[in-house]
Design a protein. Structure first.
Length: 194
């Protein structure tokens, strides 16, 4: 049985119930980042044991991404300690993450905030090699961009679609997909040439 290598980078994505947004981000990122990055998810008030909500599962299937098997789980201090990068879906959830484990402050960004800050980082300053290495180097560079531009929570939060219309699910999914596309583009730029 292969052991998890120290070269593996762990991303933890966090929402409220762990049945809509965070599992969607988990599956979307996992489909793009390859074997050196492991993506997990959890909820601050998780519907423990539940599958991904059907409207979000349908959006994932339509994007060609497998949505099951999946069981929601509650956020814990240990999950935060095991993660190299924490991506909550709202500023309020980021506050809960930092409250639960204050040391997470330097490695926690909302998903959309991380995408926005990472887009200010010159990809050529990241090391060539595994995406895990590039992600490790990207975190302090993204953090250094914090506070350079004023933003509102609307810029950094992903709308919560739980029990709302298909249109709200579609909007939420699109906000996540766009942020993930930005993150993946910055991390993989220059990789093809290297």
């Amino acid at each position: 049985m292969p052991q998890i290598s120290e070269d593996v980078f762990v991303i933890l994505t966090v929402c409220t119930g762990n049945v809509c947004r965070s599992p969607a981000v988990e599956r979307l990122l996992s489909s793009k980042l390859g074997p050196s990055v492991q993506v997990r998810s959890a909820g601050t008030h998780a519907l423990v044991g539940h599958p991904i909500s059907e409207p979000m599962a349908a959006l994932l299937r339509n994007a060609g991404i497998e949505e099951s098997p999946f069981e929601a789980r509650r956020l814990s201090e240990q999950l935060l300690k095991d993660a190299n990068l924490v991506l909550p879906l709202t500023r309020a959830q980021r506050s809960l993450v930092v409250e639960l484990w204050p040391a997470a402050v330097r490695r926690s960004f909302t998903l959309r905030e991380f995408a926005r800050l990472l887009s200010c980082v010159d990809p050529s300053t990241l090391p060539s090699g595994l995406l895990a290495e590039r992600l490790r180097a990207a975190i302090p560079l993204a953090a250094a961009e914090r506070g350079r531009a004023r933003t509102s929570p609307d810029d950094d939060d992903v709308v919560d679609p739980f029990r709302l219309s298909d249109e709200v699910y579609a909007k939420s999914f699109e906000q996540m997909r766009e942020a993930i596309e930005t993150i993946v583009n910055v991390l993989t730029l220059d990789q093809a040439a290297g």
